[in-house]
Write a protein that binds this ligand. Structure first.
Ligand code: ATP
Ligand code: MG
Length: 636
């Protein structure tokens, strides 16, 4: 049934919603797709649901193609299971929680790993039942600290979440790959440019994860990429580690007076003035800076730690916290406060160092402070440093890593800087912004173990199942499509995602115009092409055009004055093309164009997978060539 503007439940708005910053938020509101109900919570109107339904249909098709079966869980769930898995605490204030009349704790689910695990545990018991992949498209709740930008970051939003269950690692790898391909296909079919970027598992744990990023200035995620195709979340970038340097011939460490040098800048100036090098100037990169930080563990305990990194680098606390190196579970890392420092008077502010020799360390668990000491991976054995001598106004020179000091572990804690080399050698890194539209995880056995999901394996022994989890933000994706496809005047949906295939405007008062528009509508609908007909009689053509531009259906048919000469105007808003067609040609031409657009979108899914496999093949070939080169190089 055609949609009719005379009766459709829509009132377009002239004004942007209060506080709206991004185009998708403004336009989805103004064009009458969504209405705000509360901060980060939206009501869906008919046009919004029409587009959402098309997005969901594509996601469903790709899930089915990947062998995943649809189920549906409640949003309202007993909190008990989330307490058992540790996520009642891990989600903290992001969790919407409530109590029933018997005072039992409930939550509005932020994601469903626990309940999928329990469902499979309930029904399956043998390795023969596996592999299994299940998914749902479901409303999620997260009390986000900063809901923003309309659908981009809601407190209620729709997610597609899938979960895979395998008996072994090879099975998990295959399930993960199938989902990865499904994501590439789905985003390509949705017309969204997207980049799979390496990420860090963080609190979820597990062995591998990628985020799918829609590159856009409106995004809150920073990622890096190289011209050669490397892409990673800032937290997942690994530094290129130099080879260790033999200690032979490096002079012994020596302490020097460096009065009034509490900063790297003052230290470098003093070193060049009073203790010059023969071969070149000292630079900040020659200094080892030791930053005191406060770590809050998931159980709430606070620990002071020290991170050592080259003095020309800033510490990136999020990156350090995201490595998962510092504790099990999600941690909070911040610069140490005056109170933290007051608890450790042995740390001489501005002159902190690891100590002068291995037998009497100052930092590290073996040291006099017993504070855990972590080092940037570039500080390899044999590198020489100027660093604090733990005495006011003194620094030590020629302190050699591995010879004079060691750490409790290396950690990627240094800020990634534009121009840093990509870890795979594919060129310098540039920083870019984007929106996370999906994330896929190899979870491993964490949830299976926490909730006791086991099956009998090939040998009749009990074995924990290994799992993957795969999220895709359906409503966020819709906002991203609106970001990608709009004009000054309004939305401009890809043809196959528009709320109707064709927008017909009856532009003029005559009976014949109304009748011709009705006839075109009926003929198109009979061919399976859906129509939004602007049949309003008391609205001027100018208003109708403005609404059509706002609503964003790319194919526009205008039945107006030309009808007297037997022609109708057909506009392709994407191609910015306007032509007059004889009335008899309108239906066959439009049907063909619309069908071609759907076919192109389907083909884009296939193309994305081919492209990805070509890229992977190139990467493999390059890696093989590089390792062959390394093989043939003379051994040092
Ligand atoms: P973010 O870092 O943006 O908060 P996340 O990493 O917490 O997202 P996941 O737990 O990985 O999100 O959820 C899977 C997907 O759900 C995300 O990739 C994203 O597309 C979507 N999503 C997450 N939070 C929101 C939200 N508040 N509003 C809309 N979509 C969201
Ligand atoms: Mg994520």
């Amino acid at each position: 049934m055609a949609l009719r503007m005379s009766s459709l439940f829509v009132r377009t708005q002239k004004e942007d919603p209060v506080g709206a910053e991004v185009a998708s938020h403004k336009l989805l509101h103004r064009a009458g797709y969504i209405r705000r109900s509360a901060p980060g919570i939206y009501t869906w109107l008919p046009l919004g649901l029409a587009v959402l339904g098309k997005i969901e249909a594509i996601v469903r098709e790709e899930m089915a193609r990947a062998g995943s079966q649809e189920v549906h869980f409640p949003s309202l769930l007993p909190a008990e299971v989330y307490k058992q898995s540790g996520r009642w605490e891990a989600f903290g204030p992001d969790l919407f929680s409530l109590q029933d009349r018997k005072k039992n704790d409930y939550i509005l689910a932020p994601t469903h790993e626990e309940f999928f695990t329990l469902l499979v545990k309930d029904l399956y018991s043998s390795y023969k039942d596996l592999p299994l992949s299940l998914y749902q498209i479901q409303t999620k709740y997260r009390d986000e600290a900063r809901p923003r930008a309309g659908l981009l970051r809601g407190r209620e939003f729709i997610m597609k979440d899938a979960y895979s269950f395998d008996i072994d690692d090879a099975g998990l790898d295959a399930s993960y790959e199938a989902m990865r391909v499904a994501y590439l296909r789905a985003f390509a079919r949705l017309g969204l440019p997207c980049l799979p970027v390496k990420a860090t598992p963080g609190a979820m744990g597990g062995s591998g994860t990628e985020e799918f990023i829609y590159p856009s200035e409106v995004g809150e995620d920073t990622f890096v990429r190289s011209a050669g195709g490397y892409a990673a979340n800032v937290e997942a970038v690994t530094s290129i580690v130099p080879d260790p340097i033999p200690f032979d011939g490096i002079p012994a460490a020596h302490v020097e007076d460096t009065p009034d040098t509490p900063t790297i800048e003052t230290l470098v100036a003093a070193a060049n003035a009073d203790h010059p090098r023969e071969d070149r100037e000292w630079t900040a990169a020659d200094t080892l800076k030791n930053v005191v930080c406060a770590l809050t563990h998931p159980d709430g305990t606070r620990e002071v730690i020290v991170i050592g990194l080259p003095g020309d680098r800033e510490v990136d606390l999020d990156r350090a916290a995201g490595t998962g190196m510092l504790s099990t579970g999600e941690v909070d890392l911040e610069a140490a406060t005056a109170e933290d420092l007051a608890m450790h008077p042995e740390l001489v502010k501005g002159y902190i160092g690891p100590g002068l020799d291995l037998d009497h360390p100052v930092l590290g668990l073996e040291g006099s402070t017993k504070l855990r000491y972590f080092l940037d991976p570039r500080i390899v054995p044999g590198t020489r440093w100027i660093t604090g001598a733990n005495e006011h106004g003194k620094h030590v020179f020629d302190l050699v890593a591995g010879r004079d000091f060691v750490s409790d572990g290396t950690i990627e804690a240094a800020e990634v800087v534009i121009g840093d080399p990509a870890p795979d050698g594919s060129g310098p890194l540039e920083l870019a912004r984007g929106v996370e539209i999906g994330q896929i995880f190899k979870l491993g056995r964490r949830y299976a173990e926490a909730l006791d999901l086991t099956v009998l394996d090939q040998n009749g022994k009990t074995a924990a199942v290994t799992m993957g989890s795969y999220g895709l933000g359906v409503t966020r994706v819709m906002a991203c499509i609106a970001e990608e496809y709009h004009t000054e005047a309004g939305l401009l949906w890809p043809q196959h995602l528009a709320p109707a295939d064709v927008h017909i405007i009856a532009a003029g008062k005559g009976e014949d115009i109304a009748e011709a528009a009705e006839a075109l509508t009926a003929d198109l609908e009979a061919e399976g092409v859906s129509v939004l007909l602007d049949d309003r009689t008391k609205v001027s053509p100018g208003f109708k055009f403005a609404d059509a531009e706002l609503i964003g259906i790319p194919t526009l048919i205008v039945v107006g004055r030309g009808l007297a000469d037997g022609v109708v105007e057909v506009r392709d808003r994407f191609a910015d093309d306007k032509r007059e067609l004889p009335l008899a040609e309108v239906v066959p031409t439009t049907v063909a164009n619309v069908r071609a657009a759907y076919a192109r979108a389907a083909a884009a899914g296939d193309a994305a997978v081919v492209e990805d496999s070509i890229e992977a093949a190139i990467d493999d070939a390059e890696a093989a060539a590089a390792s062959a080169e390394a093989e043939s190089a003379p051994k040092a």
